[in-house]
Structure formats: structure tokens, C-alpha cells
Design a protein around this ligand. Structure first.
Ligand code: CLR
Length: 388
């Protein structure tokens, strides 16, 4: 049949899932989906996609001029897109529904130092459950690099596809050898999830995203699917403009493979090579709030096709969470974030966003707290059990 990817026994539940998406907009994570589309991975693991090519991240620190730094940031950013948006199709056959993190869920990892690139640390905390918001802090202290951001999603349904507007942004900070600090405001593309009818969802990127440097350099990245620019899916065109607005460079290609500089013909990015997954401590050594430990039984059920166990274990976690929230109301207390502080208005977003007329003009943010033992140098995976 035309719905080949949907197992025969799950067809009607897939149809009702699609109907519920169509008549609903908001928080997709709360909808019950049929087993074949469930992923055993929590959304708290997704910020790792920012750094699965750690050499490109550290190369930002090695660039010598403002222009070269902006190009290095653009190259690193474009090179994260394949991992962010097509890796589940490669590893699991299609896009899947990730586990919906609980408030306070944590994910730690790192990429080891190799060939002088420095060690890169990853720290993720689920800072809200309703709506789901994930905050992250990625740092390479020896290179003076840090990336702080958060993400949430606003979803709607149109023409048979799920449209996902990403809410949130990232700020990359580069400490220069001079002692100066350069900041880059990174906004996020819009997603369209196609292939739903056939039960084999995949992501296409649409619209425009920006990388605005505090030095004035700006990358404007336009995303197109089949039938535009080159006619290929996953196409993009990036334009780098100087602080005075003059066009400096144009890059074109497909983000999941390669691109080149349109003016010079020189190759730009290339992600056809292997990515490098973050090193994460064994689940046995993880604290109870760490993602793989917390979801261990659910993930095992999903992986082994034992969906009864998976859904029973998932209900346990959800009930425990509901009870916690009730207890907090009774006690008049509030859940305390472990690594971040929420601010209503991110000054970096507002100031840099003005330069390219960001929409919306202001956004909130979650600011990483350099508290011991999670200061830049002490950051170690699994070193601390939340609540300890
Ligand atoms: C999260 C932030 C990452 C990039 C990213 C990639 C895939 C997105 C995910 C974000 C958010 C959740 C998401 C997912 C694809 C599918 C999933 C939109 C933006 C939704 C909730 C599940 C839909 C269910 C269908 C697959 C049936 O940096």
C-alpha cells in the first residue's frame, strides 16, 4: 500500500495520531503516538548535535580576523545541520518522536581533546516541562569558546505537514587573545516535517536564519527544498555581509552534503565524513536525573519492541512528576533549576537582533551559572548527583 512504513497493526492508530495533530496546535510531545514511531532518545540529548564535528567548533577560535571568524562560525553552523535534522533518518530509518524530557532532566557529555582542538563540554538541563524547554551550555575553555542557548517548539499543521517554528536562540561567545569578547547571535530555521502520510517522516528546513556577530558581520541563511536554487532537497544559500552592509561572500549547496563559495568556486563545508558522538558516562554511573538513567527502562522497552513495559515505565515517570508538582504546590515551593537562571529579556538577543531586525525583537533566555563544581574547569560528566 501507499502507507508502506506503517506496520499493518498500527495503521489505525497512525491515522488517529495524524488526525489529532491536524486538529491541534501546540505541544506535540503530549500526543500519544503508535509504537513504530517512538524513539528511545530524549530531547535533552539533542543539543549534542551542535558539536559532533568538534574540530570545526574549535576552528572558530583559530580564525584571525572578524570576517574569517564569521566564516568559521557559518561553516561550523551549516555543518551541524545534517546531524541536527537528518541523523534520525539515518540511524532509525525515519524521523521519530523523541522522549519528552521531565523538568530537571540532565544530560552531560564531552568530546575529548585531540590534535590541539581542546576538550569540549556539553551540559543540558530541561528547564520547563509545560511547554517543553531545553537549555544547554557547550564550552571549550582552552579555546575560549562557549555556546549557550535554549529551544522550544511551536507546531502547527499545514498541507499534510507539521510546521515547527523553533522558539529560542543561541549565543556563541569567543574570548579573543586580546581579552576582547566577540558574540554571535544565532537564530534557528523553521522545520517542515514531510512524509507523514506514509509513516516515514523527514525534515525539510525552510525560511531564513541569521548569525549576527557583535563586530557587525552578518550571515543570512536561506533554506529551500526540492525545486528551488539547485532543485535539490536540503538546499541553502548563505550570504555574508560586512558591517557596512556590503556583500562579502555567497555560499550555496546542500546542507547535508557539501557547499561552495559562489564567487570563487572554492569548497566551503563538507559533512560527508564521519561525525563524532559525545562521550557520555555509562548509564550505570549516571545520577537518577540524568537522561539515560531516568529513561532507561522505557528506552529498553522501545528498543526491544516491548511496548507494554515501555508505556508502563513511562506512566511511572509521569505520575511521579505529577505528584512532585502537587507536593510543591502544597508546600508552597518551586522547582529550582540546577545550572541556569531564567531572564525575561536577553540583552544580547535584543542588541544584536536590532542589526538584522530580528523577529520577535526580544526573547527570554536561560543563563548558565558557573557554580562549582561545574565551573569551566571542573565540568565533568556525571560528577554530581542532582539534589546532592
Ligand atoms: C530540537 C532542537 C534540535 C533540532 C531538532 C531536531 C528535530 C526536532 C526537534 C529539534 C524538536 C522535536 C521534533 C524534532 C523532529 C520531530 C519532533 C520537532 C527542533 C516532534 C516533537 C515529533 C513529531 C512526531 C512525528 C515524527 C510523528 O536542535
Amino acid at each position: 500500500s501507499s502507507r508502506g512504513a506503517v506496520p499493518a497493526t498500527q495503521r489505525s492508530s497512525w491515522t488517529s495520531f495524524l488526525k489529532s495533530i491536524a486538529s491541534f496546535s501546540g505541544d506535540l510531545s503530549s500526543l500519544t503516538a503508535p509504537p513504530f514511531i517512538l524513539s528511545p532518545t530524549s530531547l535533552t540529548e539533542f543539543p549534542a548535535y551542535w558539536c559532533e564535528r568538534p574540530d570545526l567548533f574549535s576552528a572558530i577560535a583559530d580564525a584571525k580576523t572578524d570576517e574569517d571568524r564569521s566564516l568559521a562560525v557559518l561553516k561550523w553552523f551549516i555543518s551541524t545541520l545534517k546531524d541536527q535534522y537528518t541523523s534520525r533518518n539515518e540511524s532509525m530509518g525515519s524521523e521519530k518522536k523523541p522522549l519528552n524530557p521531565v523538568l530537571g532532566e540532565l544530560f552531560y557529555g564531552h568530546w575529548p581533546d585531540k590534535n590541539g582542538r581542546g576538550k569540549t563540554n556539553l551540559l543540558v538541563e530541561q528547564v520547563s516541562h509545560h511547554p517543553p524547554i531545553t537549555a544547554y551550555y557547550i564550552s571549550n575553555p582552552s579555546k575560549g569558546l562557549s555556546l549557550q542557548g535554549h529551544n522550544a517548539q511551536k507546531t502547527s499543521f499545514s498541507g499534510g505537514s507539521i510546521i515547527v517554528r523553533q522558539v529560542g536562540h543561541a549565543v556563541l561567545t569567543v574570548l579573543l587573545p586580546s581579552g576582547d569578547k566577540e558574540e554571535f547571535l544565532i537564530t534557528l530555521p523553521r522545520l517542515r516535517i514531510d512524509g507523514l502520510w506514509y509513516g516515514s517522516p523527514y525534515i525539510e528546513l525552510t525560511d531564513t536564519s541569521y548569525i549576527q556577530s557583535s563586530t557587525g558581520w552578518l550571515s543570512t541563511i536561506e533554506y529551500k527544498g526540492k525545486g528551488y536554487f539547485s532543485g535539490k532537497s536540503h538546499s541553502f544559500k548563505a550570504v555574508l555581509s560586512a558591517p557596512d552592509g556590503a556583500l562579502a561572500d555567497t555560499i550555496e549547496g546542500t546542507w547535508h552534503t557539501t557547499s561552495k563559495n559562489v564567487l570563487t568556486g572554492a569548497p566551503f563545508h563538507d559533512v560527508t565524513g564521519l561525525k563524532e558522538e559525545a562521550t557520555v558516562v555509562d548509564v550505570e554511573q549516571q545520577g537518577e536525573w540524568e537522561s539515560r538513567q531516568l529513561w532507561r527502562a522505557v528506552a529498553k522497552g522501545i528498543r526491544e519492541g516491548d511496548f507494554e513495559t515501555a508505556s508502563r515505565e513511562k506512566s511511572k515517570i509521569e505520575n511521579e512528576q505529577r505528584q512532585r508538582r502537587k507536593d510543591e504546590v502544597t508546600a508552597g515551593t518551586k522547582w529550582e533549576l540546577k545550572h541556569f537562571v531564567h531572564i525575561d529579556n536577553d540583552p544580547t538577543y535584543e542588541n544584536l537582533g536590532k542589526l538584522f531586525k530580528a523577529n520577535p525583537p526580544t526573547e527570554d533566555a536561560y543563563i548558565f551559572q558557573h557554580n562549582p563544581p561545574f565551573g569551566e574547569l571542573g565540568l565533568e560528566t556525571g560528577a554530581v548527583k542532582p539534589g546532592a
